[in-house]
Design a protein around this ligand. Structure first.
Ligand SMILES: [Zn+2]
Length: 290
């Protein structure tokens, strides 16, 4: 009965109560950036505004706005204006059930913070949530699968949203799998950091990328395993759960069903998102308690 009441209550759109700001440095640009999170009207979804590029159109966090998935997700508006590395903020919003948000920033990339979604979760919690008395969009997932090379991403029906993710790491770490629902998001998913391989980091820096990355915000994997203590033994698999929740937030809807991914990345997550739109894009509008 409690679970039923919670499920009903969760079907109402939500935004934040008050404006909060966050400061940090972009993972790739290394450039300082300030983000202001503001309330947004029902039905507006999550929208990015580049206040350093006045007069340019807001960029909606939707699947069709994705312009690059190679190192994080970049959204492109018209006029060549982009916003990079949006996935951890989108993940935090989805994890906390925030549907509508205006994200005002003064640079081209969201801050890396500690490499996880924990800082965005803290900011959203500080802002507080407001029920908007308008039905949330809900997509009820059926059975489907997409593949890219060795990667597989699929969905199947389930009462609650859940993600299971398998990653394959070089020895001695090997394959690891993690699974979480939104009830575990705060404790078990949000703190999991971005991870990468030591040699890849050097190559990225040589190309002028990963300028804001360091051992404090990236869990680096070397030939002997983790270079620094992980927050969880399976932190890489948990971070992938964080990422796919953020990428699927581009659907602009709550999801009901089980998402399973193996050996994936942002490109595969977006392929799954497009498949979900193709199959179940006519989303059900469900009324909340009102
Ligand atoms: Zn990530």
């Amino acid at each position: 009965m409690l679970a039923e009441a919670r499920a009903r209550a969760a079907l109402t759109q939500r935004t934040i109560r008050q404006t909060v700001t966050l400061d940090g440095v972009g993972l790739h640009t290394g450039a300082p950036v300030q983000v202001r999170l503001e309330a947004a009207a029902p039905g507006s979804g999550i929208v990015f505004v580049r206040r350093d590029r006045p007069g340019t159109a807001p960029i909606a966090a939707v699947v069709d706005a994705v312009s690059d998935t190679r190192r994080g997700v970049t959204l492109g508006g018209g006029e060549g204006v982009t916003v990079a590395t949006v996935e951890h903020l989108l993940s935090a919003a989805a994890g906390l059930g925030i549907d509508n948000l205006r994200v005002d920033l003064d640079g081209p990339e969201l801050p890396a913070l500690d490499g996880s979604a924990a800082g965005f979760v803290r900011a959203l919690e500080e802002a507080g949530a407001v029920e908007q008395k308008v039905a949330a969009r809900v997509i009820v997932l059926g059975v489907t699968e997409v593949a890219e090379g060795r990667g597989r991403a699929g969905t199947r029906p389930a009462e609650e949203f859940r993600v299971t993710y398998t990653v394959d790491l070089p020895a001695p770490l090997g394959e690891q799998s993690a699974s979480a629902g939104l009830d575990a998001y705060h404790e078990a998913v949000a703190p999991a950091r971005t991870w990468g391989f030591a040699e890849e980091g050097a190559a990225l820096r040589a190309r002028g990328l990963a300028r804001g990355a360091g051992l404090e915000n990236v869990l680096v994997i070397g030939p002997g395993g983790y270079l620094t203590p992980p927050r969880f033994p399976d932190e890489p698999a948990r971070h992938k759960i964080l990422d796919v929740i953020g990428d699927l937030a581009l659907l602009g809807a709550r999801l009901r069903g089980h998402v399973e991914v193996a050996y994936g990345g942002h490109a595969l997550h977006l392929a799954l998102a497009r498949e979900i739109v193709r199959r179940w894009g006519e989303t059900r509008q469900e009324m909340g308690e009102g």
